[in-house]
Write a protein that binds this ligand. Structure first.
Ligand code: FDA
Length: 307
């Protein structure tokens, strides 16, 4: 029951101010968002790639309110890509972006987000890597898929995320699989109404498996975004049945969650990509991590009380 309450708080400015100001918050946040600047994050990128992992980088931020903030988001990604070029790690590290951080919700937002994200996709391609468009709440998805399709005309490697909890996703998966796209499948992290999304875990898990089968049997490149041991085993089985080799799909997990599993899958020869978030506007991302596992919230509250 706690999850929906935390997700509602993730959209509250008052809670944002309260939680961001709490002195212990930073220590708990660091587990999921291990840095605020490029200088903080470069040692982590070097460490994870040295351990045989691939990365996808998220400069945290969403729901910006001015076009200047959208430009700043674009520039933050461009600066990161410059660093990756200097490090020679372009091919091991891709980008994940939230279009709401690129201006999608502002007036004329669809065009603005496309205009801001395109240079990031171009810069990523120039160093041999790519960009994946994260999936946000269901009201943003038609625009996200249209931007994805547009970008793929010039940069076919551009990926997108689909969420198993949404009723629409099985149809989206069939379309994307047929078009040969890179697709990350996740369960879904937002608070969605019963009119558009499954609410029960077992229904979401069943939908995840149906959609994964479509992706594995299709023409695209499936990216299995989950920490769920059962779904990981099923993904391996479905990939095998579909005749996919190890480099024809990949696993993805979030930094700070089941780190030993990242290394185990990489050691088995899988491509294992760690979604690594950094930056200062961490509130929304952090709250979704608390909502996914109530034990995280208990730990957070205990640290506040014990200080
Ligand atoms: P589930 O929640 O059932 O967790 C399985 C197990 O993993 C748990 O039992 C626990 O051990 C561990 N675990 C999971 N979450 C944890 C947490 N927060 N803290 C500690 N342990 C945890 N969503 C979205 O809507 N749009 C997006 O673009 C993305 N992008 C994305 C990228 C990648 C690479 C991943 C892995 C996930 C996302 N998500 C996302 C989030 C996703 O929708 C989902 O909320 C989380 O992955 C949790 O679901 P699981 O599949 O891990 O299963």
């Amino acid at each position: 029951m706690l999850g929906p309450v935390i997700l509602a708080a993730s959209r509250s400015d008052r809670m944002r101010r309260l939680i961001s100001a709490a002195p212990v918050t930073k220590q708990v946040v660091d587990r999921f968002i291990p840095g605020e600047t490029v200088a903080d994050i470069v040692p982590i990128i070097k460490d994870l790639t040295a351990r045989g992992l691939e990365l996808t980088m998220d400069v945290v931020g969403e729901d910006i309110t001015t076009p200047e903030q959208a430009t700043a988001a674009r520039d933050a990604y461009l600066a990161l890509i410059d660093h990756l070029k200097d490090l020679g790690l372009g091919e091991r590290v891709e980008m994940s972006v939230k279009l709401s951080m690129f201006g999608q919700a502002l007036e004329g937002g669809h065009e603005l987000a496309l205009a801001n994200v395109r240079p990031v996709v171009e810069a990523a391609a120039a160093i041999g890597t790519t960009v994946t468009l994260d999936a946000e709440d269901h009201t943003t998805l038609d625009s996200m898929f249209a931007i994805h399709e547009d970008l793929r005309k010039d940069f076919p490697q551009t990926g997108c995320v689909i969420q198993a909890y949404l009723f629409r996703t099985e149809a989206d998966a069939r379309r994307l699989a047929a078009s040969g796209s890179r697709v990350r499948l996740v369960k879904g992290a937002y608070k969605e109404p019963a009119e558009v999304a499954y609410q029960q875990k077992h229904e979401i898990d069943k939908a995840y498996v149906r959609i994964l089968r479509t992706l594995m049997e299709g023409e695209g490149y499936p990216m299995v975004g989950s920490h769920d041991p059962r779904l990981i085993a099923i993904a391996q089985e479905l990939a095998h049945k579909a005749g996919r080799k190890l480099d024809e799909y990949e696993f993805q997990m979030l930094y700070g969650i089941r780190g030993e599993e990242h290394l185990r899958l990489a050691a088995e020869g899988h491509r294992m990509r760690v979604y690594t978030a950094y930056g200062t506007d961490w509130y929304g991302y952090f709250m979704r991590r608390l909502a996914e596992k109530p034990a995280n919230l208990r730990f957070f509250l205990r640290s506040m009380v014990s200080k």
